[in-house]
Design a protein around this ligand. Structure first.
Ligand SMILES: Cc1cc2nc3c(=O)[nH]c(=O)nc-3n(C[C@H](O)[C@H](O)[C@H](O)COP(=O)(O)OP(=O)(O)OC[C@H]3O[C@@H](n4cnc5c(N)ncnc54)[C@H](O)[C@@H]3O)c2cc1C
Length: 213
């Protein structure tokens, strides 16, 4: 973990009760897809978060889920504008190389892809999964993509695939073989999707992952 420095929060809003969008003034350059460390207390080891904003934006946005039993996020969720947090500089190599690719995310795992999207990087297909439609963040913007698939395991309706994204992928008899697959989200989902892709003939070198463990 690189050195920590203080920043003042400018915004910390609840999106759906579970997911929050935290903002502070951007103190450094970064590449879309990168992460940074955040803590709100000297006794709490910094946690890692994907940057969910454009490198050109004056502010950095972080999309985080409140974990009721967690150490950091219950504190983060109560912070107000002007409160201090401590962050690291940008890190990580989950960046898009602009080769043909599908982007696959669950929940807040959409964050790095949204940063890439805001920078005009484009996938052949974006698949975003969540339990309910309110878990699918940044929908209005991402709907501008030509091929944007929303999978909800506990919701149905217009333009919603009613099931998990693993089921959506499994429905394909033939997946595109010569593209890259970028996956971001919790460990269980990333491992399930990676195994599914490999079982369908995708070379593991074409599978790039960011795991929120
Ligand atoms: C590369 C990377 C990028 C990430 N990006 C994001 C992001 O953009 N957005 C986001 O929301 N998250 C992201 N995460 C996850 C994030 O770093 C934190 O892990 C998450 O916010 C939880 O932090 P916390 O301190 O609230 O919970 P923690 O205290 O870390 O606990 C996490 C969970 O584990 C359980 N737990 C803790 N200790 C134990 C124990 N001893 N036994 C059993 N269970 C236990 C808790 O109940 C809780 O549900 C990312 C993680 C990585 C590695």
């Amino acid at each position: 973990m690189n050195l920590l420095f203080p920043v003042n929060i400018t915004e910390n809003i609840s999106i759906n009760g579970q997911a929050f969008l935290l903002k502070f003034r951007r103190p450094f350059d970064f590449k879309p897809g990168q992460i940074l460390g955040i803590t709100a207390h000297e006794n709490i080891t910094p946690r890692l978060y994907s940057i969910a904003s454009s490198p050109l934006d004056e502010y950095i946005s972080i999309l985080y889920t409140l974990k009721a039993e967690g150490q950091l996020t219950p504190i983060l969720a109560y912070l107000n504008p002007d409160d201090l947090i401590w962050i690291t500089g940008p890190q990580g190599k989950f960046v898009f190389n602009n080769e043909p690719a599908w982007w696959i995310a669950t929940g807040t795992g959409i964050a790095p892809f949204y940063s890439m999207f805001l920078t005009n990087q484009r996938p052949l297909k974006l698949i975003h999964g969540g339990r309910k439609i309110e878990d699918i963040m940044f929908r209005p913007d991402l709907s501008l993509l030509g091929d944007y698939i929303i999978c909800c395991s506990q919701d149905s309706g217009d333009k919603i695939y009613p099931g998990r994204l693993t089921q959506y992928l499994n429905d394909f008899e033939n997946l595109p073989q010569h593209i890259n697959y970028y996956i971001c989200g919790n460990a269980e989902m990333v491992v399930d999707v990676r195994n599914l892709l490999i079982a369908k003939g995708i070379n593991f070198r074409q599978v790039l992952t960011e795991i929120y463990f």
